[in-house]
Design a protein around this ligand. Structure first.
Ligand SMILES: *Cc1c(COP(=O)(O)O)cnc(C)c1O
Length: 365
């Protein structure tokens, strides 16, 4: 290949609907209304309807969606929240920004929380479970929903990587009290800057988030609570509306690319991802495992193929969470994944030739 193949190509996703994006951006620029207007309102209605919840509230980022979710649920200092060990650190920050303590559970072979290991971690301080639908695959929701009922726990879903993924025909973001979404540019439903949202069926929670995102004010200059500035802006909302219209076809394109990887990658040194029965995968990332991961990544780089590790340092071993005093060996499965996972190139607009080149290189490793 003349050109290096990058792990992700956001320009290709833009080019697919370039004229629609450009038209919408200009329309918003010319409208003279840039924050909390009709684009945000329409996007919230359209996304709630897509996901299947009563409400969607647009926010400034996925991290904001997470910490504001726990804030409006009243979870903070002295409380424990159960979360999987192998997640992006933002999931954990959503808990700890509020002063609550994360309690880590090991993942299953689908990279999601191992539901059978949750109950043993529940204490009288446990207030919630945060489920992360990692890499785009819906988690094993049925036992988790049952545990939340049995122990009267709140359920929050981190859907930042899983827009449209389903468990038993129902979309992620509808199972818990609150679903948290990110529209960071690289996500499956990506904006052209930072953006996020929460979904919920609960009128009071939706209102609380709506007030919180705007300095805690319902009516201008009348502040009910100490809130934040976490508004989704009109340009991002408008551009997200354009992408949302095409989301199903974008997801289908990624599924076809991943089916090809699954059918054609053949190498004993490489383990391919698997999808749980009852779950769908929207393929935010195509994550392979290899005991020779670092050599494989280096070899692919030598062939002009970029890869990424999601994620090289699990949150419990990061410097930021040193205060939790969890040492190496605390979460052996999580730690093993951090040493063996590799995300190979995957993006909307990936060409047949690019993919053939990647497959051939991996098979020859
Ligand atoms: C991207 C991501 C977030 C954070 O979203 P931002 O919009 O970047 O703040 C949270 N959780 C997971 C699992 C993510 O992938």
């Amino acid at each position: 290949m003349a050109e290096r193949i990058m792990p992700n190509r956001l320009d290709r996703g833009f080019q697919k609907y370039q004229s629609e994006f450009e038209e919408k951006a200009l329309q918003v620029l010319r409208s003279g209304w840039y924050v909390l207007g009709n684009e945000v309102k329409s996007f919230e209605e359209e996304f709630a309807s897509y996901v299947g919840t009563k409400h969607c509230v647009g926010l400034a980022s996925g991290l904001d969606a997470l910490w504001i979710a726990f804030r409006v649920l009243g979870i903070g200092a002295g409380d424990e929240v159960i979360v999987q060990g192998n997640t992006y650190i933002a999931s954990v920050m959503g808990i700890t920004i509020n002063g609550a303590t994360p309690v880590f559970v090991e993942p299953d072979e689908y990279f999601n929380i191992d539901a059978s290991k949750i109950e043993g971690k529940i204490t009288d301080k446990t207030k919630a479970i945060l489920v992360v639908h990692l890499y785009g695959q819906a988690s094993n929701m049925q036992p988790i929903v049952e545990l939340c009922k049995k122990y009267n726990l709140k359920l929050v879903e981190d859907c930042a990587q899983a827009h449209g993924a389903e468990w038993n025909g129902k979309q992620v973001g509808t199972f818990g009290d609150i679903g948290c979404f990110s529209f960071y540019p690289s996500k499956n439903l990506g904006a052209f800057g930072d953006a996020g949202a929460i979904t919920t069926d609960d009128d009071a929670l939706a209102d609380a988030v709506r007030v919180f995102r705007n300095y805690g004010s319902e009516k201008r200059y009348y502040n009910k609570v100490v809130g934040a500035n976490s508004r989704l802006d009109e340009i991002q909302a408008g551009l997200l509306r354009v992408r949302l219209k095409h989301l199903d076809e974008l997801t289908l394109e990624k599924k076809r690319l991943c089916d090809r990887y699954l059918n054609e990658i053949r190498n004993d040194k490489v383990k391919l991802p698997i999808t749980r029965e009852g779950a769908t995968h929207i393929w935010h990332q195509f994550v392979i495992k290899s005991d020779s991961r670092d050599e494989l990544a280096e070899y692919l780089e030598g062939k002009g193929i970029g890869t990424i590790i999601h994620y090289p340092i699990p949150p419990h071993l990061s410097e930021a969470y040193g205060y939790l005093e969890l040492k190496e060996g605390a979460l052996p499965i999580t730690e093993k994944y951090a040493k063996s996972v590799l995300s190979i190139p995957l993006y909307n607009g990936m060409t047949k030739e690019e993919q053939s080149y990647v497959i051939k290189a991996i098979n020859e490793f």
